[in-house]
Design a protein around this ligand. Sequence first.
Ligand SMILES: Cc1cc2nc3c(=O)[nH]c(=O)nc-3n(C[C@H](O)[C@H](O)[C@H](O)COP(=O)(O)OP(=O)(O)OC[C@H]3O[C@@H](n4cnc5c(N)ncnc54)[C@H](O)[C@@H]3O)c2cc1C
Length: 338
Amino acid sequence: MKKRIPNTFNLPVYAQDVIAVNHVDELMACYEHATAKNIPMLVLGEGSNTLFTEDFAGMVILNRIGGVAISETEDCWLIKAGAGVIWHQLVSQLIEQHIPGLENLALIPGCVGSAPIQNIGAYGVEFEQFADYVELLDLTNGELITVTDGEYGYRESIFKSQYRQHYVVTAVGVKLPKQWQPVLSYGELKLFDRQTVTAKMIFDKVCEVRSSKLPNPKVLGNGGSFFKNPVIDRTQYQQLAKRYPDMPAYFQADGQVKLAAGWLIDQCGLKNHQIGGAAVHDKQALVLINKDHAIAQDVIDLARVVRNTVQQRFGISLSPEIRFIAKQGEIDANLLLS
Ligand SMILES: Cc1cc2nc3c(=O)[nH]c(=O)nc-3n(C[C@H](O)[C@H](O)[C@H](O)COP(=O)(O)OP(=O)(O)OC[C@H]3O[C@@H](n4cnc5c(N)ncnc54)[C@H](O)[C@@H]3O)c2cc1C
């Protein structure tokens, strides 16, 4: 009997087996079993950054390795969290224990082990700012290794390239300076006074704003931002800015310019656009939702329309932020949508 794969799009997708593991030894046992049976194996957190394009032909492993250990030096708090800990629960626990730093990243769905993989970010903060190390299990020999340089970028890391296959994130180390600096550069957070603001106030505000703007996957299936914000060179930006003077733009240190993918999609009049059961969210155009019993193909078809329309209107090719998983494993989302 095939088992349903948990995914925040709430799509009806199935695998030969779905197994929750709590220990490194169990991961190795699953890998050996999958290798012996010659079937693919995929490790998942909460499935909140993943689109299964069809049923998976092997074993899906839900990483549930738990545990949070907190120690300190004179300057820093050092946190080691199991990869299966829920990210928001870690952030909440730290705030409750008066350990500030991660408050801007509150309420991001998913597990701790997934945070370094796409270098999660929100409200002016990215995971990499507090990354200490990532512990990986090398499935080919059962050894644990520690990676301190994640080569982080915008929704990128070494865990998406060099350590993508045959490695599982088992724990994550985070280093939070005791000399706390609030990050208030984004949106509603700008209204706080940096002399009086506390981490708890930021945490509460981020939770409030996110809950009001983003659809709750438990109510309306979705995978958060479907596409990355595109980064273009200054010449292309200047040409576009002449035609669209009110286009939001974020100038990068390297001279390139980041645009808001949601704004581009919205300008194409695609909010609410629906294909089958999948639709562009009416409040946030960057989010594709499972509006009415969508199947994977509805989401793929909708994403293709969004990508093509933005390409035709702005000459910009949107790249998915979501990881696409097919029968045998990850596939190139750009190829599928082009
Ligand atoms: C409503 C909503 C809002 C969101 N907001 C944000 C946001 O503000 N900022 C942001 O950055 N992201 C956001 N996301 C995306 C998502 O929450 C993050 O990418 C999160 O880190 C994914 O965690 P997950 O455990 O669900 O990952 P999954 O979807 O389970 O996995 C993601 C990928 O990592 C691999 N993987 C998972 N665990 C492991 C492991 N232990 N070892 C090796 N590989 C592994 C999987 O195979 C898959 O390829 C949002 C998503 C939703 C649904």
